[in-house]
Structures are given as C-alpha cells and as structure tokens.
Design a protein. Structure first.
Length: 522
C-alpha cells in the first residue's frame, strides 16, 4: 500500500515538572566534592599502601640480616678457638685438634672483634648482666650500650628465653630496635652467663621511607589542589549547557514559549538540550492548540446561541407558523451544539486508558454492519469492494464510529447519487479499513492540516462543519496504536480521495494470511 502525505497519530502530551523548593547543593559542587574525595582517597590509599609495603620490606631485610648474624655467631662458636684466630687467607689444618673455648668472655670477645657493624647496626655482648665487649670500629653504627633502658631490658631476659635467636622489636625512649639475642653458656665456665646482641635502629632505617612518604604527601596535597582547580573549571564548562538550560526554562512562561537552547557538541548534555528544545516546541504547539481550541469552541458555541437569540427576539408569538419555524431552527442549532459538545468530550477522553476496550471482533461482520449503517447517511451508492474474513482485537464501537465518520465525510463532499466505496483487508500484517469517494479531493495545501482540531477546508466551511470529525478518527486510530491517512488514487481510476484507517493486526485469526487479502483492492 502506498502511504499518503498526510497522517495522524497519538499527540504527545508534555508535562511540566514542578520546580524543587529551597536552595540545594549545586551539581557542580556535588561533582567537585565527589572528585576531590575520590582523588584524595585514592592518593591516601596508594600512599599508605606503599608506605606499609616499604616498611614491611625493610623489616624483612633486617630480619634476614639478624638471622644471618645469629647463624654466623653460632657457627663461629661451634668452630672453636683455632678458627677464631685463623684469618680468611690461612687454610685450616684438618689434622689440627679443635681447641674449645675456655671462657664465655673469650668467646664473646673474639666474636665481637670479628664483626664490623654496618650502618644503623649495633653489636654488644654482656657477661653476667654487665657490658663485656663492643666493636672497636663503630663508625656509622648504633651505640646500643648507651641506651640505658635497652640495657636494663637485656639484663632482665631469662636464661631460657623462648624468643632467643629470633628477631623482635623493642621500643625505648631513645628509638625503636629490631634485634636478636643469643644466650651463651659453656660447661667450662658454668658460672658465667653471656648474651650476644645484634640490633638495628629501626627508626633510623625507616627514616628514608618516612621522608619519601612526607614528600609524597606534600606532592599529593599540591596535586590535589591543582586537580581541584582544574576540575572546577572543567566541570563548570561541562555543566554550562545545564546552566543555560536552567536559565532558559526560567525564562519560559505560558505567554512566551519561544525560548530555545543553543545546541553544540555531540555528548549527552547536547542530547539533553535537544530534548528540552523538542519539549518546548511541543509545549508551544500544545499551548497554541489550546488557545485555538478555546477560541474555536467559543466561536462555535456563540454562533448557534446568537442565531437562536436573534430569532427568539424577533419571534411573533401570535404567528403560529413563525413559532414553529423558530422552534425547528432552535432545535436544529441545539442539536448542532450537542454534537459539538459530544465531539469535544470524545477528544478530551481520547488519552484515557479506557477510551478503547479491545475485544475479538469479526471484521467481515463489522464491515457488513458499517455498510448497513452508512445507507442512512445520504443518497449515495455504497459498495463494499473488499471484505476481510478475519477476527481482530479492536474496539468495535470506536472503530465503527471512526469508519462511519469517514463515510459521513465522503457523503458530505460528494455529489448525490455518486458511489462511495469501502472495504476491509489485511496487508503486510496490518488491518486496513478504508473509504473512497468521488468528490473533489483534498487540496495539497490542506493535506497537512485536515487532522487538526477545528480545521475546516473551503468545502467544509460551505457544509458548516465543526472540524472535529477527522481529529476524532485520528484519536481513535492512535488509541489502537494505529493511524489514519489519506492517499490519492491514480487519475485513471476517477476522482476522489481515499481515507485509510490503519490498525495493528493484533490477534488476527481465521484466514488472516489468505492470499486474496494481501493485495489492496482500492
């Protein structure tokens, strides 16, 4: 089927949301708060995580060094006095007997003399709770013996310390240590209890890490400030269309809906601006249509009232013929007003959910019923050209109302005795109910407006129509999720115009796919 240039569907009904009362936080402020909070959280988590990993790695290296020192001391003590005096360049005589240590003090002395403490490392030995030996070269080393609180803690260690040889952390007023202790006992010197101590200044070791973290914190604060400043301007630029939209909407009034928003870009905000412009256009059209509706209704109602009033003022009560004529005229005008009010009520309820109540309908029988009802519309030859023997899910009363309205228009704009054709068919999965007359047709200039409320063409003005018939048909079609349109038949087939009620073919059964119903018969 060829679609005509004019069609009508369900009109959009814009709604104006109420403005929020009171002063609220701006979108820019909320976005900035979120950006700053998220950035600060991410930087804090990254910095604290990095700090914890660095401190843990430093402790792991320190513990490894302490365990090696303990193992080296235990190996040294097991080797005996011969290996203690042997230098690294002097090979050990495997046949030489192992000379055992003669005293705890000698063992600790030789062990301390063989070690040079590294940076932030301290070595000290105690015999009987008193300081015995410390390295001769303590350049860069930690003077553990000068920390009285630590020395007192070492003296209190039990002989069977369960943590002996394992790294542990000890805090004093001076610093924090990571240390390992090795108790020393010799059978030959049973009265002397020795203690070998390997310690690292944990605070000094971690000072570099804390300096890096402090630098990171300072840089992070500066970066956060720069990020906040940049984000303030970036977010402001991004939200500029929203501010323009807000200002435009504030300028919109019921009397002036011509304001529009300049649309630039291709992002979501540009789409929003375009949508608001479209909404404003619909509102402008809706308010314009409302004003026109009120003007037209006022005009249409004033005309019959004026006619009736004028005839009543001139009525001669003594003239029986004049009374009957005035009565007939008044009743005719009141009937016209009643039809106008009924049509307005129909259009006013067209957007309600219960405007149509679809049910299974035999389209073939519906076609026959409409034909019978059409015979009373005027002196015309009504012919059914096609008849769809299907069952469709539609509102039979509303569809009959729309179809008869199209037939009434065909009668109004065609000559007495002419042929008015009608038909029902299924094409491309759609139910088509159509009417064709032999009238003068619709001028091209009026095709786009014939479905507007109260629009009357030249011929309609002569016929004194209210301009509500086709809008009612369009409303009924839209309520069925369909449409109504017109098309011009080929010139060779004669004059006239075809109006088509195009409805979704919902629930079609009983031969809806028959080949004879697929091709249009108009």
């Amino acid at each position: 089927m060829r679609n005509g240039p004019a069609s009508a569907g369900a009109p959009a009904t814009p709604s104006d949301p109420p403005r929020a009362a009171g002063r609220r936080a701006t979108v820019r402020g909320r976005l900035m708060t979120a950006v700053v909070a998220l950035t600060a959280t991410a930087m804090t988590v990254a910095g604290v995580t990095g700090l914890a990993l660095q401190l843990r790695a430093g402790d792991a290296r320190t513990d490894h060094a302490l365990r090696r020192s303990v193992q080296a001391f235990e190996s040294f003590a097991s080797a005996g006095l011969v290996d203690a005096d042997r230098t690294s360049t002097t090979p050990r005589d495997p046949t030489a007997p192992v000379q055992r240590w003669t005293s705890v003090s000698l063992l600790l002395q030789k062990a301390v003399e063989n070690r040079v403490p590294g940076e932030h490392e301290g070595i000290v030995s105690l015999v009987g709770g008193d300081l015995a030996w410390r390295p001769a070269d303590e350049t860069g080393a930690v003077r553990v013996d000068l920390d009285e609180e630590l020395m007192a803690w070492l003296r209190e260690l039990p002989a069977d310390d369960p943590l002996a040889g394992e790294p542990r952390t000890v805090r004093t007023d001076v610093t924090e240590y990571r240390l390992a202790t090795v108790p020393v006992h010799l059978e030959v010197d049973a009265d002397a209890d020795g203690l070998m101590v390997f310690a690292f200044d944990r605070t000094a070791q971690n000072a570099a890490v804390w300096r890096i973290f402090s630098t990171y914190s300072a840089v992070g604060v500066a970066a956060l400030a720069v990020t906040s400043a940049v984000a303030w301007f970036v977010v402001g630029g991004m939200l500029r269309p929203v501010r323009v939209l807000r200002d435009t909407v504030r300028r919109v009034t019921e009397s002036d809906l011509s304001e529009r928003i300049a649309v630039g870009g291709r992002d979501d905000l540009a789409d929003l601006a375009a949508s608001v412009n479209s909404m404003l256009e619909r509102l402008e059209r809706a308010f314009g249509s409302q004003r026109e509706l009120l003007d037209d209704v006022g005009h249409e109602l004033r005309t019959p009232l004026t006619i009736v009033r004028g005839h009543l003022e001139l009525l001669d009560p003594a003239d029986e013929a004049d009374v009957r004529a005035t009565q007939a005229l008044a009743l005719d005008e009141l009937d016209r007003m009643q039809r106008l009010v009924d049509d307005l009520v129909t259009l006013a309820t067209a957007d309600r959910p219960d405007f149509v109540r679809p049910a299974p309908v035999d389209v073939g029988r519906l076609t026959d019923d409409v034909l019978e009802k059409a015979r009373g519309l005027g002196d015309r030859r009504f012919v059914v050209v096609s008849r769809a023997d299907v069952v469709a899910h539609v509102d039979a009363q509303r569809v009959t109302q729309a179809w008869l309205q199209l037939l009434a228009n065909a009668v109004r704009f065609s000559a007495p005795g002419s042929t008015v054709r009608l038909g029902s068919e299924v094409a491309a999965g759609r139910l088509l109910l159509w009417v064709r007359d032999e009238g003068p047709g619709v001028p091209p200039a009026e095709e786009a407006r014939i479905f507007e409320r109260f629009h009357r063409g030249q011929a309609d003005r002569v016929q004194h129509g209210a301009g509500l018939g086709l809008p009612i048909v369009a409303a009924i079609a839209a309520a069925h999720d369909g449409r109504v349109f017109l098309e011009h038949p080929p010139p060779a087939s004669g004059p006239g115009v075809v109006f088509v009620l195009d409805l979704p073919a919902v629930g079609l059964v009983d031969g809806s796919e028959s080949p004879e119903l697929v091709e249009p018969h108009r």
